[in-house]
Write a protein that binds this ligand. Structure first.
Ligand code: NAD
Length: 268
């Protein structure tokens, strides 16, 4: 473990639950001086902000933020920068899952998911870049998904947002690394969080602590693309190196989801 996060100022969106809350807790445990927690769930945000401030007095800053509103994301990030005069990390993490057959994805659903999972990340990235360029340092970490790396049936809208997040983040790394900026994008498989709603997470799902432990290990190494756990790295490799075999797996998954929906009313 290094002191990569020590005395740093970070912004985390979607910080009131799941992976974002785990990122916030691990940042504080590893010595971050201030973590600005953006989320639009006021109740969870207040509860978790208070709990973290009891453990790390004055270091957690919960700020009600809807990431689909540029001015709210700007306000969150600018407050973080102004607090100590520097902005070290921005985790654009708020997002939601969506597994639906295409005929059920209305135009409003397309818009809602793109506004949250893609525009929310763009707003954070767009706002942080000029601040970090002026400083000459800063690390922007965007949350994608394995669904953005490989095509997963019944996730067309979700995949559209997550693959865009991956390509945008990777493209920016090569453009801005010469100015001292660092970008990372992480692509989880299944992580046990509220994203599953009432459904039981799949048997291969890992805990938030396991997920964040791996993410931080890779951030310390300044990895650009972070795919986890191992079975997802295997699937990604399969997709890139053995497409005919991957196609068989994807078709089998589509058939399984169709059958699950017919018999259980859900895709999992
Ligand atoms: N859990 C998984 O299996 C998994 C897998 C791949 C990717 N991801 C990604 O991880 C990220 C975090 O998801 P999670 O699993 O921790 O889910 P989660 O539901 O536990 O947390 C998401 C948080 O985002 C917040 N949020 C939602 N819309 C918001 C908005 N408009 N403005 C501000 N905050 C908002 C919610 O209130 C919630 O606190 C998402 O981008 C998700 O797509 C999760």
């Amino acid at each position: 473990m290094t002191d990569y996060f020590k005395d740093k100022v970070a912004v985390v969106t979607g910080a009131a639950s799941g992976i974002g809350l785990g990122l916030t807790e691990h940042l504080l445990k590893r010595g971050a001086s201030s973590v600005f927690m953006g989320d639009f769930n006021q109740e969870n945000l207040e509860k978790e902000g208070k709990r973290l401030n009891d453990e790390f007095p004055g270091k957690a800053h919960p700020l009600l933020t809807d990431v689909t509103k540029l001015e709210q994301v700007e306000s969150l990030i600018k407050k973080a920068k102004d607090f100590e005069g520097h902005l070290d990390f921005v985790f654009n993490n708020a997002g939601m899952g969506m597994t639906l057959p295409v005929e059920q994805i209305t135009f409003d659903i397309w818009k809602m998911i793109i506004d949250l999972n893609l525009w929310g990340v763009i707003y954070g990235t767009y706002t942080a870049i000029p601040i970090m360029r002026e400083q000459g340092f800063g690390h922007i970490v965007n949350t994608a998904s394995i669904a953005g790396c490989v095509p997963i049936p019944y996730q067309a809208v979700y995949a559209a947002t997550k693959s865009a997040v991956i390509s945008m983040t990777e493209s920016l790394q090569y453009e801005l690394e010469v100015e001292g900026l660092q970008f990372s994008v992480f692509c989880p498989g299944n992580v046990i969080t509220a994203i599953f709603g009432d459904l039981t997470p799949p048997p291969d799902a890992i805990t938030v602590d396991e997920a964040v432990g791996y993410i931080f290990q890779e951030l310390e190494k300044k990895s650009l693309s972070i795919i986890f756990p191992q079975n997802m790295r295997d699937i990604d490799k399969y997709y890139r190196e053995n497409r005919p075999e991957f196609d068989k797996v994807a078709r089998a998954l589509a058939a399984e989801r169709r059958e699950n929906y017919r018999t259980k009313g859900t895709y999992f």
